[in-house]
Ligand binder design. Structure first.
Ligand code: AMP
Length: 217
């Protein structure tokens, strides 16, 4: 099964794709996580990407496509995989289609999580993340047991540099201009499942799961 999670930043793609990945025992591939890891390791790739990320802009397509091509070749993807945060442009979607076609693969479903802008701004500005294990919290809606400490691994939580309100607004603008046309791109091929992301995390998860279990084999 090959799935794409589509939606604005803060829609809950990461949270839901992680739950679905566990359910089906397939890897979750997040281009954002891969890039943040490269930035933390101060690699050439990370240094190229950092300025775009800090400004709430998209990293150029050629860099992202190379990352995905390499990651998909990894042996752990043989039973399928979930793409979280990729594709983000029509060009990336077209490249993905041709990459998959070459390997006789195809996208099973695209899960579009729909959330209004005001909700996104509140979610992202209160988001805190663990730099060690990538666990995600919210200061109001999903706080850690001990303030600012990761429940899972005990590391100190941080606020992502792109989760400040001015950058969030730019990320939303970037999403509208570059990524939202993908909703129509995938709807045209009947691959799209649209889910409201303004509900309880586990309710959304079960709704997605029900839809995915209905995919004809
Ligand atoms: P995310 O964690 O998915 O919100 O991604 C964080 C940042 O990484 C984005 O704001 C972009 O700067 C960059 N990024 C992640 N995925 C992509 C992609 N598919 N195309 C271009 N830039 C990306």
């Amino acid at each position: 099964m090959i799935l794409i999670f589509l939606g604005a930043p803060g829609a809950g793609k990461g949270t839901q794709s992680e739950l679905i990945a566990k359910e089906f025992s397939i890897p979750q591939i997040s281009t954002g996580d891969i890039l943040r890891n490269e930035v933390a390791l101060v690699t050439d790739l990370g240094m190229k990407a950092k300025a775009y990320m800090d400004n709430g802009e998209l990293v150029p397509d050629d860099i992202i496509i190379q990352i995905i091509e390499k990651r998909i070749k990894n042996g752990d993807t043989k039973n399928g995989f979930i793409l979280d945060g990729f594709p983000r442009t029509i060009k990336q979607a077209e490249e993905l289609d041709s990459m998959l076609q070459k390997n006789n693969l195809s996208i099973s479903k695209v899960v579009f999580i729909d959330v209004q802008d005001e909700v996104i701004i509140e979610r992202l500005s209160g988001r805190r993340v663990c730099p060690s294990c990538n666990a995600v919290y919210h200061i109001k809606y999903n706080p850690p047991k001990v303030e600012n400490i990761c429940d899972k691994c005990g590391s100190k939580l941080i606020q992502r540099s792109d989760d400040h309100e001015d950058v969030i607004k730019r990320r939303l603008q970037t999403y509208k201009e570059n990524t939202s046309p993908l909703v129509e791109y995938y709807a045209n091929s009947m691959r799209l499942i649209k889910i409201s992301g303004e509900k309880d995390i586990m309710d959304i998860f079960h709704e997605i799961l029900d839809e995915l279990l209905n995919i004809p084999k």
